[in-house]
Design a protein around this ligand. Structure first.
Ligand SMILES: [Zn+2]
Length: 455
């Protein structure tokens, strides 16, 4: 039993928030209501917040003042959310080249800001600063969505993560023990039998309320339990899959092994939570309290419902470093379905993955990496796992983990699919390996395109 959960939820959390002068629990309680507001109210609220951010950015950031002036625009020209389209897309290159000029003059003491640096697994590493109020607001939004998993705040958390780091000073240890409640980690950079066994023992001992981790690492661990310890029963209240696209076959197996809900969440370091599935796991609710999200096509026009578009975000809370129309580098699809949970936040049907994981053909077509790997995996016999790397526009490498029935017909099937998907000029090499290597960050990518894209 987790006796500390009640104590943490009802006493430690409010007292600690007061000690830190943090408003996150107040924001959290408000967000429990705003998620059911009518769409018109949500849009009106976003419009007001967006206007404030625009004024603030223009008046206190050199970068934004220059950008507006170069376009002959004034903040008053951006009154409605659609007016944002008058501004160009903010890129990772802008962030890298102009970081200093993007920080508001009102927040020049960087030591008072929270610094986020992306891992750079797409080849581009960027740094973003956020002010304290923004950080606390995002913390509240994350807490709200974490509870959609079935986990309740205060309960223990176990994580499958790359490079887990916990503070080791006295305050850090107490904070984690009573407040954060991360009890155990499985380092995704070292997922061998010994570490998975140790992790299993700790899960059995502490029965965490939530198991949290990268989609594919959760899958690998579930598969390991199924094969090696079929009698072990670990049943958290919820499983949160994040950081990577969660494939249907992965969700199915994780759900089967742990006999509990598997919730998919989408976010990034720069703006934190972007969208998350609710308890019905029926599409992802966008974090509209903190962000205004656009999905755009290659020409920069909004896409229709059901069409994939690249994710562009305006942060409605970051006053330290305003991010207006920031291209996250991922692709997602809108749905106009209403979720039976009653929440009115706009919804993604699904996340298509990183734009860097899209293959671009010699005709300029974009092929989603997630659909592609699933497509190949389903249609080609003799393969345990496959990684597709687009080295050049018509040159591919297939990293293959062979199954026992691998043979000449496997290569023939791949060849036919390459022809069909990428055109007759496409050539490929096969590299055989024991397992697909993971990224330095501890994540897996099954489709990598090295071709530069316009998005
Ligand atoms: Zn819902």
């Amino acid at each position: 039993m987790d006796f500390l959960a009640f104590f943490s939820r009802n006493f430690v959390m409010p007292l600690w928030a007061r000690r830190e002068h943090s408003n996150y629990l107040k924001y959290y309680r408000e967000m429990l209501k705003t998620q059911y507001y009518s769409p018109d109210v949500i849009l009106a609220d976003q419009t007001l917040k967006m206007r404030e951010v625009i004024y603030h950015a223009y008046n206190t950031c050199k970068f934004w003042q220059e950008r507006f002036d170069s376009l002959n625009l004034k903040p008053d020209d951006i009154r409605e959310l659609d007016d944002l389209q008058k501004l160009p897309i903010l890129t990772k290159t802008d962030l890298r080249m102009r970081l200093d000029d993007m920080i508001s003059s009102k927040y020049s003491d960087l030591s008072k800001l929270t610094r986020f640096t992306t891992s750079g697994s797409t080849g581009v590493s960027v740094t973003v600063y956020a002010d304290e109020e923004c950080t606390q607001f995002k913390r509240a939004a994350t807490l709200r969505s974490d509870e959609w998993t079935g986990w309740q705040r205060g309960e223990r958390i176990a994580a499958i993560w790359g490079n887990p780091k916990l503070r080791q000073d006295f305050f850090g240890i107490i904070r984690n023990l009573l407040l954060e409640r991360y009890y155990t980690f499985l380092d995704t950079l070292k997922m061998d039998e010994q570490s998975m066994d140790k992790f299993t023992k700790q899960l059995l001992r502490y029965s965490p309320g939530m198991l949290f981790g990268h989609a594919h690492s959760l899958y690998l661990y579930a598969k390991y339990l199924q094969l090696k310890h079929p009698d072990v029963k670990i049943k958290p209240h919820g499983i949160l899959s994040t950081c990577m696209v969660l494939h249907d076959f992965e969700r199915k197996l994780i759900k089967e092994v742990f006999d509990c809900r598997v919730t998919n969440r989408y976010g990034c370091e720069e703006v934190s939570l972007i969208a998350c599935e609710c308890e019905l796991c029926n599409g992802l609710h966008v974090n509209s309290d903190a962000l205004y999200v656009e999905l755009l096509d290659k020409s920069g026009n909004p896409v229709q419902v059901g069409e994939p578009g690249f994710v562009v975000v305006t942060d409605l809370y970051n006053y330290a470093m305003p991010l207006i129309r920031y291209n996250i580098g991922d692709s997602a699809i809108w749905t106009d379905r209403k979720c039976p949970c009653g929440r009115t936040l706009p919804m993604f049907e699904r996340i298509e993955g990183r734009v860097a994981d899209y293959i671009v053909t010699d005709k300029g077509e974009y092929v989603s990496g997630i659909s592609l790997t699933e497509n190949f995996a389903c249609q080609v016999d003799g393969i345990v796992q496959l990684q597709i790397i687009q080295e050049d526009i018509n040159k591919f490498t297939f990293n293959i983990v062979k199954a026992s029935d691998f043979g000449e017909s496997t290569i023939e099937q791949i060849s036919n699919l390459v022809n069909k998907r990428f055109g007759s000029k496409a050539v490929f090499d096969c590299v055989y390996m024991e397992k697909i290597p993971m990224e330095r960050s501890g994540k897996y990518r099954f489709c990598i395109s090295k071709v530069k894209k316009d998005l």
